[in-house]
Design a protein around this ligand. Structure first.
Ligand SMILES: Nc1ncnc2c1ncn2[C@@H]1O[C@H](COP(=O)(O)OP(=O)(O)OP(=O)(O)O)[C@@H](O)[C@H]1O
Length: 784
């Protein structure tokens, strides 16, 4: 078992790794990672299946992680002489090509930052070879695709429809497939990139760049051990003992009597086309045929894996070109790493489950990889030349390395020297500055001392000069008094005077000279003071920041002071405003009191008005009831006036009832008077909904065709001309009576006019009304 990081590969069976690519867009996920080896998948939300593999790569695992586990161990095996096979299997669009063939040179869109297994394998392969000095390596590459069950060479486009032929080792070989030797990784990558360009891709609904063929890349690595050289005769003896050994037949090459023993490993990297549901991929025409062939070959692959997993006697390798091609790997002589790619979306859950089941079965396929020994015949001369060239390469490398190291060392030394020089210059200038400062300070002290000494001298000399002047004055006075006092010694005195004058002139000259010296010394002193001031200024520059800050602080203090002054002013204004507010408040209180008074007056006014309104309403009620009384009185009068007529009507009714014949004249006279009464109308009181009485008059129109409901003027029995409602007498459907109360006046008359939907009711209550309506009825005026 090989160990890669925390993964231990198992060479006794196919190693299976599952990679779940990131989910696309906002699709719902059906897969869930459970640890670094198992994946859970659910078709519906309730059912969930768990599968365990050699390693699971989730969305966050990048290409390097996949390479470390799937790719790197296989390279080690191939370098040891085993055949290796890395195969990517999965539904279309699940990430097989992304994982295997993405090139570091960005030969396809979006590949640049995520190189897949192939470029990483190439790099590591050449690094491993360079580190193995005792090995002589030959790397060759071949590429082909299985497209519609046909094998085409990808490195030599004219080589199409190649045949698979059985080799001595009972495995299949692609006849006529071109192999290219690659001395450098750059060349190998460029060959692979060119081959990739010839792969058939198409855009489908499931994948914009869908592989339509199974892509096969084969890298053959031959390693001969420089130290493992045998003589031809010895080799022949050995091969006689073990006749099965692979290798070149050197018998025809007499001069090549030296044999180099070695090993050969072929690494096959297979990017299988993805299985697809035609319904989903919407493939049609050529793409439909391609999909059918792809699905069929993958089906046979599944059957082969199933047969191998269950160790069945027959494995249907020959049922498809793909399985024929894969037979050497699947039958166990190679180390096989299967990378199964899965799409995580729930819409692909069924396909993903089939893929995971296939992968799970593949884990049971047993392998027992064997080392491929091989020999190469060569002559001692060739061997020596190879060793010499290898040695020269190493020497060249050594020389180059030495040169490079020496160059770097020299450069570093130069840099060190330059740094040292710079350091010295800086140190010197520091020292010089310190010395200069010291000198200047000493000079300053010296000059200060001299200056104070000069000052003292000046004071002393000035004092002396004053004393001398004083003495001279005294002497003159003395001389004058003496001249006056002793005329005779005037000559002597004059002479003495002259001498004294001379002494005085000398003294004055001395004073003048001393004064000149003093002035010169003062100028020098001034110069020195200025110099010292300049030095002090330059030294004080460092302190200027502090001074500046102090100034700023001072200005801030000033601002603060100004602000406090303003605040004080504002406080004054505030006090003033408060006083004003107090005055206003007082005034407001006064106004409030006044307003309260006015409010009281208003309240009194309102209550008096309310009283007046109540009085007025009372009066109105009284006048209404008076009107009502007058109406009743009038009714009574009316009743009295018409009682005679009533009696006549009664008689008439009795006559009508008894069928008594009334004389024509009498009848006419009576009818006339009745007609008149009907037209005159009957006053009625209508009680409104507001419980108030309203005066109304019910009469028959002058043409005798209408029943009129006449509105009276408010509170009187005067007819309101506009308030007449007319109902055609022919429409009066019924006049009913009902007893509303006990007295005759309480009888309610309901006059119904028109159809039921236009019913107008006139409710009248009076005995006179009864008579009136009875008369109307008796008159038989169209009443139905
Ligand atoms: N692990 C991943 N990380 C990011 N993108 C991925 C990953 N796997 C696949 N993809 C993206 O998904 C898309 C389909 O991937 P890819 O072409 O490799 O699928 P495929 O399995 O080779 O499909 P087909 O069988 O149709 O060729 C590509 O755009 C690819 O960049």
């Amino acid at each position: 078992m090989d160990k890669e990081g925390d993964y231990e590969s198992d060479n006794s069976r196919v190693n299976v790794f599952v990679r779940v690519r990131p989910v696309k867009g906002k699709e719902e996920k059906a897969t869930r990672q459970a640890g670094d080896k198992s994946v859970r998948i659910s078709v519906t939300k309730k059912s969930e299946k768990t599968f365990v593999y050699d390693r699971l790569f989730g969305e966050k695992d990048g290409q390097q992680a996949v390479y470390d586990v799937v790719g790197r161990p296989v390279i080690q095996d191939v370098l040891k002489g085993y055949n290796g096979c890395i195969m990517a299997y999965g539904q279309t669009g699940a990430g097989k090509t992304h994982s295997l063939l993405n090139m570091a040179n960005g030969s396809a869109k979006g590949e640049l930052n995520q190189p897949g297994l192939v470029p990483r394998i190439v790099t590591d392969l050449y690094i491993a070879m360079a580190a193995d000095f005792m090995g002589m390596f030959t790397v060759s590459v071949a590429m082909c695709q299985i497209y519609n069950e046909q094998i085409d060479d990808l490195l030599k486009p004219k080589n199409t429809n190649l045949r698979l032929t059985m080799t001595n080792e009972k495995s299949w070989e692609v006849e006529g497939l071109s192999w290219y030797k690659c001395k450098t990784p750059e060349y190998l990558v460029s060959v692979i990139s060119n081959g990739r360009k010839r792969l058939v891709y198409a855009e489908t609904e499931m994948n914009k760049h869908s592989s339509r063929s199974h892509a096969v890349l084969m890298i053959k690595v031959q390693r001969h051990n420089r130290s493992d050289v045998v003589k031809k005769e010895q080799m022949e003896k050995e091969s006689a003992q073990a006749s099965d050994s692979e290798g070149e037949d050197c018998s025809s090459e007499a001069k090549k009597d030296v044999v180099l023993r070695g090993r050969q490993g072929i690494l096959s990297i297979i990017d299988l086309a993805g299985s697809e549901r035609v319904k989903k991929s919407k493939s049609s025409g050529i793409q439909f045929t391609e999909a059918k062939k792809i699905n069929n070959s993958l089906l046979v692959l599944g059957q082969c894996v199933q047969a191998l997993a269950f160790k069945k006697g027959h494995v249907p390798y020959r049922d498809s070109v793909l399985t024929k091609f894969l037979e050497p790997s699947l039958s166990g002589t190679a180390r096989v790493n299967l990378l199964v790619c899965v799409a995580p979306e729930r819409i692909h859950a069924n396909e993903s489950i089939s893929t995971l089941e296939f992968a799970y079965r593949a884990m049971s396929v047993a392998t027992s990889p064997t080392v491929n020994e091989m020999t190469v015949c060569t002559s001692p001369k060739e061997l020596i030349a190879d060793l010499a060239s290898a040695a020269s390469v190493v020497k060249l490398e050594q020389t180059e390395a030495l040169q490079r190291i020496t160059g770097e060392k020299m450069q570093m030394e130069e840099e060190l020297q330059a740094l040292k020089g710079e350091h010295e210059v800086v140190a010197k200038s520091n020292q010089a500055n310190a010395t200069e400062l010291k000198d200047v300070k000493a000079k300053y002290a010296d000059l200060s001392e001299k200056f104070s000494a000069l000052e003292k001298d000046t004071v002393r000399i000035t004092g002396e000069a004053l004393f001398m002047k004083q003495d001279l004055k005294t002497e003159r006075e003395k001389a004058a008094s003496e001249a006056e006092a002793a005329h005779e010694s005037s000559v002597r005195l004059t002479r003495e005077n002259g001498q004294l004058k001379k002494q005085l002139a000398d003294a004055l000259a001395t004073i003048e000279r001393l004064q000149g010296d003093l002035a010169t010394q003062q100028i020098q002193l001034k110069d020195h003071i200025e110099r010292i001031q300049w030095i002090e200024t330059s030294i004080g520059l460092h302190e200027s920041g502090a001074a500046e800050i102090e100034n700023k602080m001072q200005s801030m203090v000033d601002i603060l002071n100004q602000t406090s002054t303003k605040i004080e002013g504002l406080e004054g204004a505030l006090t003033e405003a408060r006083a004003k507010a107090q005055v206003l408040g007082q005034r407001c209180n006064q106004d409030k009191l006044q307003w309260n008074d006015e409010k009281g007056i208003l309240h009194a006014l309102v209550s008096s008005m309310q009283k007046k309104i109540a009085q007025y309403e009372e009066e109105q009620r009284r006048s209404e009831s008076q009107a009502c009384c007058s109406a009743i009185t009038e009714q009574i009068l009316w009743t009295a006036l018409t009682s005679a007529k009533e009696r006549e009507i009664e008689t008439e009714r009795t006559n009508v009832k008894q069928g008594v014949e009334v004389s024509e004249r009498r009848k006419a006279a009576h009818i006339d008077s009745l007609d008149e009464w009907l037209k005159c109308g009957i006053p009625v009181i209508k009680w409104g909904r507001n419980k108030r009485p309203y005066n109304r008059l019910v009469r028959v129109s002058s043409d005798g065709k209408f029943l009129e409901w006449v509105k009276m003027k408010k509170g009187s029995w005067l007819i309101h001309t506009e308030g007449v409602r007319r109902f055609a007498l022919k429409d009066v459907t019924s006049i009913n009576t009902s007893e509303a109360g006990k007295s005759a006046d309480d009888i309610l008359y309901t006059v119904q006019v028109g159809l039921p939907e236009r019913v107008v009711r006139m409710d009248l209550a009076s005995s006179k009304g009864f008579l009136w309506f009875e008369t109307l009825k008796a008159r038989g005026l169209n009443i139905r």
